[in-house]
Design a protein around this ligand. Structure first.
Ligand code: BDR
Ligand code: CA
Length: 316
């Protein structure tokens, strides 16, 4: 176990979601990471389900001590769009997980994010964003000084060469709250983006899921059931064997950045046109004078990623 000083302090902002759930499990199985709290946002399903799902996953991992906070129940300006067609009615369809006994924290997620970053030493807290960026944008609006104190924001969202997954040009997390995404990307926070260009290469397969199931623990069993449910939609959509495991790439980046490669470029978000709403406009070829604002990851060593995931799930 690394010493406390060597561990990286993270806040996970999330809308579970099967792939969010696996990302949370990966974080809780990794001794290098100190999870300061989990903040839920409306996204894949409404807030009352995402916060409950976050608590279910903490309990599955044997970590009812993790503080879970509820945040924004809707995007900053637009109506909430959800994705039950992908994640099922509960957002966490697949395993039959018990209703959580652990309590939801009283404090609002936005207050928790802002106050934690302000009260900890500058450069200490890493934000992991696995859903729409509403909570993080609201925290920036409430306390703009957090931008200069965050060590890194690692977010799953957007796409460039891969196009979109909810409209032809937009990825779900950005599409749900484009105004929030634009505010965050213009904030100056050191940012790493795991877009569809990367996550569409992190595909589950019968073999990869079997390796997880073979761990034989209740966590492994539930994870395999989550993956089985989650991949069925994308298998049909993309004609692949398996589906992209988006959100755990965010956590894997913190653990093994050598599994990934990308470019530091300018990324802006379309917030005006309904046709391309929520599109990430990525200056991959650096054809503008716009300042680079994010490391945009394009490639992943998928075998290394699934090996890491399986190893870390084994300790839970
Ligand atoms: C993203 O959208 C959600 O459905 C997933 O949880 C992931 O965060 C992929 O576009
Ligand atoms: Ca998510």
């Amino acid at each position: 176990m690394p010493s406390d000083a060597a561990r990286r302090s993270i806040i996970i902002d999330t809308d579970p979601g099967q792939d969010d759930a696996v990302a949370i499990l990966l974080a809780l199985g990794s001794p290098e990471l100190d999870v300061l709290g989990i903040t839920a946002v409306a996204g894949n399903v409404p807030l009352h389900l995402t916060e409950k799902n976050a608590r279910k996953i903490c309990e599955l991992a044997g970590r009812p001590d993790i503080a879970v906070y509820a945040g924004a129940d809707r995007p900053m300006e637009r109506d909430l769009v959800t994705a039950e067609h992908v994640h099922g009615k509960t957002g966490l369809d697949g395993p039959d997980l018990p209703e959580p006994a652990m309590k939801l924290q009283d404090r609002h997620a936005v207050d928790f994010i802002a106050e934690t970053i302000m009260s900890r030493p500058a450069g200490e807290v890493t934000l992991c964003a696995l859903g729409p960026l509403t909570n993080i944008a609201l925290a920036l609006r409430k306390e703009p000084a957090i931008a200069g104190r965050i060590r890194e924001l690692v977010m799953m969202g957007g796409g460039c060469f891969e196009g979109g997954n909810v409209t032809p040009t937009a990825e779900f997390n950005i599409y749900v709250d484009p105004q929030a995404a634009q505010l965050v990307l213009r904030s100056g926070i050191p940012t790493t983006i795991m877009p569809l260009d990367c996550t569409h290469k992190a595909l589950t397969s019968a073999e990869r899921t079997a390796a997880i199931r073979a761990l034989g623990t209740p966590v492994a069993q539930a994870t395999a059931q989550l993956l089985d449910f989650f991949e069925r939609f994308d298998e049909e959509k993309y004609g692949t064997d398996g589906g992209p495991l988006h959100d755990p790439t965010v956590i894997a980046w913190l653990l093994k950045p050598e599994l990934f490669s990308g470019r530091t470029v300018n990324v802006e978000v379309e917030t005006g046109s309904e046709l391309t709403m929520g599109m990430t406009v990525v200056d991959w070829w650096r054809v503008t004078e716009r300042e680079p604002n994010a490391l945009f990851v394009r490639d992943i060593d998928a075998d290394g990623f699934f090996k890491l995931l399986t190893e870390r799930l084994a300790v839970l």
